[in-house]
Design a binder for this molecule. Structure first.
Ligand code: ADP
Ligand code: MG
Ligand code: MG
Length: 883
């Protein structure tokens, strides 16, 4: 095995496509070198050495020492120097570099090879003692910090003390002699801390740094980062050793960073910062204020500090030409690091630059126009999840954040408003023209009007699929859920949080993208959908196979979803329609009725309302498919809770409130989510299904007449586990269809299918499919029933599962491909075995999650359905999964 790959002087043993072996930084240094760009020579110790190191009790392959020595000699030849030489010493940087850039890895050590002896040689040969000693003190500081574990603050303290005593503000004002004194203090500090002197032997320095890079692969910080980002430990990191070039060699030297295009707007113009007479991370460290690279940026910023373009026009022109070249070569926006040593430009790093969603869109579309990318490639340049940033207001990144607490980022966007504790208060405030945040321990369907009225919703309990989260996402409203740090005291109308107290009317801001809860009003950026958005989405639509539907029950949601490109409704939750206005009363009458007669009387009141709702939806969707789920209320959500509510229902029913209270109590369940809900209710009370089927069919006839577009309703029976359940409900639906056809004389086509949300339904899919023309995988409940984890209670312990590494992701957010996924696969296969043309979709929250969508593509579903604001995300994710 070859363990070391050299680069520099116009050639390289590695290349960009070897990032697995050489890490990102090493692979790109090799590539730039082969392209003939000025890269200081060096070599990369491969990631395989890292793997070997951990497989062999932290030892190196026997051949490594010789390979490193030979590579070092080669660097020496190229530079006309020698590592450790007393006259012309070679100095190097030691840089870590994994496949994916990874915070938590060892920081770079610069100027390695300096010692009490070599620093004099450097001073002599450069004729600049100040530069030599500045470099040496930097080296001692960095090496002690990252390799020897002496805290950098202790060095900074010594430095600060010196500057204060001598009334200096900038490091650049410190003289050579002064640096020498400081260096003595630094060395004394190291010796006092470690009980041995700072290493003077360059070989010892080099191997110390190499070992530190490999060790940093397993630091808790790096391990955590890999877990959060799903990166395997087996990858390992590479080590890059590279000849130093010096940006701190006086006024014609500089160091800087740049993006080939603006990373926040995407504008096609070079963008970056630099510092004269500086080294390494000085630019980002905030010691001095960096200057703009281009004149254009300087003028736009209104800065009087000269640009690089003005100060060093030749080096700048050369740099700009490399930017263009690298961008064309990599076909992507690049993030670059460079140094200018006495007027000569050196390239130190290039990689694909991070960018905002807005910039990603613009860059992808521009690069197609520039002929750099194919449309299909451009589709992959925008991360689907990042589109959220474009569809909702976001907190201005420059704004100050006074964070009160943090909950789950349940629905994206940010909102500010006054605290209210009830939905009625929210509605009233909205009527008065005030903006409010609805703060509840948790929400229930009764809070719909308050959620509509509020700018955002904050709850202290519940997970990512809690009522608050699901409904807020559906409405496109910001929501932070499960903020366990809040103690909400309804009685006194206050919130206690981290020793602070907030009362009704106090202004807060919630950030649904991060889960943060902030004090006061915070500046926001409003979303703007550019033409680039439509262009890219058009390319995505051409590439995808699955269709994208939406989960919607209100005309408002349906309209929004269509604007975002929804191709139908995959889930209309009829029980959500029962909380509008005073309908809840009729629903409660129905639930509390003791007799079929009583129930039918209540249902008769609901029929016209349902018919109108469905007619509206069918008209808005104009011939696109609409799946309507029959009633699926966990009963507890609908029972009257207060005395007043009870009295209202009693009056409406002409019943005795006390008897009604007993009836309500008798309906209470121990475990409502596994109780008398879904098709079980329809089996007990077929008249419910009859009323809903009638409403659907009559609406279909009316909407088809009104729009001229045929309506083929898809009626979905929830929570089926037994074929017999479906058959029974199906027969009431069929009977009702017949009746409506006879009554209206209209033609009527429809489908009956089921929601697969119980493991038994997936297992018995072959049988069930005999009676179902479609399946929709209801993955919220399917996840809950497969894991046996209540989705409303999961927040209190799933977080611990993630930090302890038992679960990588919240399975209610991202579909568990192994367990729940296997059941879906089984359901798909068995369903198709008896009905090859069965229509298959998914309608849980996962229908809008990119990695879950990739899974759906892999099992060949026909469509995904998600909340309106996630429709664009799903379109893009479905395209990426298919292409
Ligand atoms: P990171 O991965 O944190 O960006 P780098 O390895 O890129 O760390 O090093 C950080 C900075 O150190 C570089 O941007 C560059 O300014 C400086 N640097 C690294 N190697 C050299 C070198 N051989 N000569 C001069 N400066 C260097
Ligand atoms: Mg870097
Ligand atoms: Mg369900």
């Amino acid at each position: 095995t070859k363990w070391v790959y050299g680069f520099g002087n116009g050639s390289a043993e590695g290349a960009a496509d070897m990032r697995n072996l050489l890490g990102g930084k090493g692979a790109n240094l090799a590539e730039m070198s082969s392209l003939g760009l000025p890269v200081p020579p060096g070599f990369t110790i491969t990631t395989e050495v890292c793997t070997y190191y951990y497989d062999n009790e932290k030892s190196y392959p026997p051949a490594l020492a010789d390979e490193v020595a030979a590579a070092m000699d080669k660097v020496g030849e190229t530079t006309g120097r020698k590592f450790g030489d007393p006259d012309r010493p070679l100095l190097v940087s030691v840089r870590s570099g994994a496949r994916a850039s990874m915070p938590g890895m060892m920081d770079t050590v610069l100027n390695l090879g300096l010692s009490d002896g070599t620093v004099e040689a450097i001073a002599r040969e450069s004729g600049d003692a100040r530069f030599a000693y500045d470099s040496y003190r930097r080296f001692i500081q960095m090496y002690s910090d990252v390799v020897l574990g002496v805290d950098n603050h202790e060095f900074e303290d010594i430095l600060e003390e010196y500057k204060e005593r001598n009334d200096l503000t900038l490091d650049t004002e410190i003289t050579a002699e002064a640096w020498q004194g400081i260096i003595e203090k630094f060395k004394a500090l190291v010796e006092a801390e470690l009980g041995k002197p700072f290493p003077q032997d360059p070989q010892e320095q080099l191997w110390g740094a190499i070992g530190a890079v490999f060790s940093s692969w397993m630091t808790p910080r790096a391990v955590t980062y890999r877990r959060l980002h799903d990166l395997p430990a087996s990858w390992g990191t590479a080590v890059n050793v590279q000849a130093m070039v010096f940006g701190n060699m006086g006024e014609n030297s500089a160091t800087g960073v740049a993006f080939t295009r603006n990373p926040s707007t995407g504008e096609n113009s070079l963008y970056g910062e630099f510092l004269v007479n500086a080294q390494g991370e000085d630019v980002v460290a905030g010691i001095r204020t960096p200057q703009d690279i281009t004149e254009k940026a300087r003028v736009e910023a209104g800065s009087s500090n000269p640009s690089l373009e003005a100060l060093m026009p030749e080096a700048f022109a050369e740099f700009r030409s490399y930017c263009t070249r690298l961008e064309r070569h990599y076909k992507d926006m690049q993030d670059l690091e460079f140094t200018i040593e006495q007027g000569k430009l050196w390239m130190l790093q290039t990689r694909a630059g991070k960018r905002t969603a807005k910039a990603a869109l613009k860059i992808a579309v521009d690069m197609v126009a520039e002929g750099m990318l194919e449309e299909e490639e451009a589709v992959f340049r925008v991360e689907p999840g990042a589109l959220d940033q474009l569809l909702h207001p976001t907190i201005d990144p420059k704004a100050e954040r006074d964070i009160l607490s943090t909950g789950l980022p349940a629905s994206p966007g940010a909102a500010s408003g006054a605290i209210v504790f009830t939905s009625d208060a929210a509605e009233q405030a909205k009527g008065d023209g005030r903006k409010v945040i609805l703060v509840r321990v948790e929400t229930s369907p009764e809070d719909i009007h308050g959620m509509h009225a509020a700018e955002g919703i904050l709850t202290s309990r519940g997970g990512m699929t809690s009522h608050a989260a699901v409904v807020a996402r559906g409405m496109g409203k910001p929501c932070v859920a499960g903020a366990g740090g809040l103690r909400i005291d309804y009685r006194n109308q206050v919130i206690n949080v981290g020793g602070r107290q907030l009362k009704e009317g106090d202004i807060i801001t919630i950030d649904g993208a991060t889960g943060q809860i902030l004090a006061g009003e915070v500046a926001m950026l409003q979303p703007t959908l550019s033409g680039d958005f439509g262009t890219l989405m058009g390319w995505a639509d051409r590439g995808r196979r699955m269709t994208v539907r939406t989960n919607a029950e209100t005309p408002q949601d349906a309209k929004v979803a269509r604007e975002f490109g929804a191709e139908g409704i995959g889930l209309c939750r009829t029980e959500h329609m029962f909380f509008e206005g005073d309908r809840i009363l009729a629903v409660r009458e129905m639930i509390l009725a003791e007799t079929e007669e009583g129930r039918r009387a209540a249902l008769a009141k609901l029929l016209p309302m349902q018919r109108q709702d469905f007619t509206d939806l069918f008209e808005i969707m104009h011939g696109l498919p609409v799946t309507i789920r029959l009633l699926d209320p966990p009963l507890h959500e609908f029972l009257p809770k207060t005395d007043e509510e009870l009295k209202d229902v009693a009056t409406a029913m002409g019943a005795d409130p006390e008897l009604l209270r007993d009836r309500a109590l008798s309906l209470e369940e121990f475990n409502p989510m596994l109780g008398h809900r879904g098709c079980r209710l329809l089996v007990s009370y077929p008249e419910i299904a009859e009323m809903q089927a009638r409403a659907i069919f009559e609406a279909a006839v009316a909407a088809a007449k009104a729009t001229g577009a045929p309506v083929v309703p898809e009626i979905m029976v929830p929570l089926v586990g037994l074929k017999g359940e479906l058959d029974l409900v199906r027969s009431s639906i069929e009977a009702m269809a017949k009746a409506v056809i006879e009554e209206t004389g209209a033609e009527l086509t429809y489908q009956v299918g089921t929601m697969v949300e119980l493991p038994r339904a997936a297992l018995k899919a072959a049988e069930i499919a005999e009676s179902a023309e479609f399946f929709s995988f209801g993955t919220n409940d399917l996840t809950q029933t497969t894991f046996g984890i209540s989705r409303d209670d999961a927040a209190s312990f799933l977080g611990t599962y993630q930090t302890k590494g038992i679960l990588e992701q919240d399975p209610f957010v991202s579909l568990d491909p192994e367990g729940v996924g296997e059941l879906i696969k089984i359901g798909v296969e068995r369903g198709r075995s008896t009905r090859p043309d069965i229509k298959l979709g998914i309608c849980g929250e996962h229908g809008g999650d990119p990695s879950s969508i990739t899974f759906c593509e892999s099992v060949d579903l026909d469509y995904v359905s998600c909340s309106p604001y996630r429709v664009p995300i799903a379109r893009l994710a479905a395209a990426q999964a298919a292409l």
